[in-house]
Design a binder for this molecule. Structure first.
Ligand SMILES: Cc1cc2nc3c(=O)[nH]c(=O)nc-3n(C[C@H](O)[C@H](O)[C@H](O)COP(=O)(O)O)c2cc1C
Length: 177
């Protein structure tokens, strides 16, 4: 169960500065093992509310499950991913990030955890991304819990096919848009 269930999301946005980087590390199960100062400043959580908890502590209800499915399948295969993510602050505000999530490997190439660095997304990208995520979320709700992720990823794939792009290419084209 997510620890953030009692937080009521508001329409207040926290906008990252160009010079800010939000960093966190997790174990292989997605439990937070490290956060930097900026993470704490922006999210409004204190370290003891984060360390040892699942990373979904900052999950925003506007985020489609499909995006997290894409995130986890990439990193579990040993590949990095870039994704736009809307996150929830402790007081219900939200902040958008462009996240880069990478697996951390030991000398034998085994995954020993994950690492994420987030920076300010291109503000012009966000109306397009929010619209896409809204449609993915609607597809998830319509499909029902069991088929939600598949329905959401189908819709995403359809949009990407129309554009002739991978999700990563879409992210980078929007970032320089
Ligand atoms: C290194 C790392 C960083 C992550 N960063 C975020 C994040 O900033 N926001 C978020 O909602 N989920 C993040 N996740 C994904 C969460 O683990 C989780 O999958 C997501 O919040 C969806 O919650 P759920 O899996 O309980 O549905 C991250 C995962 C990893 C491994």
């Amino acid at each position: 169960m997510s620890k953030n269930r009692e937080i009521v999301p508001t329409e207040k946005e926290i906008v990252m500065r160009d010079d800010q980087f939000i960093v966190s590390k997790t174990d292989t199960k997605g439990r937070i093992t490290y956060v930097n100062r900026v993470f704490i400043e922006i999210s409004g959580f204190v370290e003891p509310e984060l360390i040892g908890y699942q990373h979904n502590v900052i999950r925003h209800p506007d985020m489609p499950r499909g995006v997290f499915k894409l995130l986890w399948s990439s990193i579990q295969e040993g590949k990095e991913i870039f994704a736009y993510v809307k996150n929830l602050c402790r007081d219900g505000s939200y902040y958008w990030v462009l996240a880069n999530v990478t697996p951390s490997l030991d000398v034998n190439g085994n995954i020993i955890g994950y690492y994420s660095v987030r920076r300010k997304p291109n503000p012009r990208a966000l109306s397009i991304v929010s619209d896409l995520y809204r449609r993915m979320l609607a597809a998830e709700r319509q499909a029902g819990a069991r088929d939600a992720t598949a329905a959401s990823l189908d819709l995403l794939q359809q949009v990407l096919n129309e554009k002739g792009m991978s999700y990563e290419e879409l992210v980078f084209s929007l970032q320089s848009h």
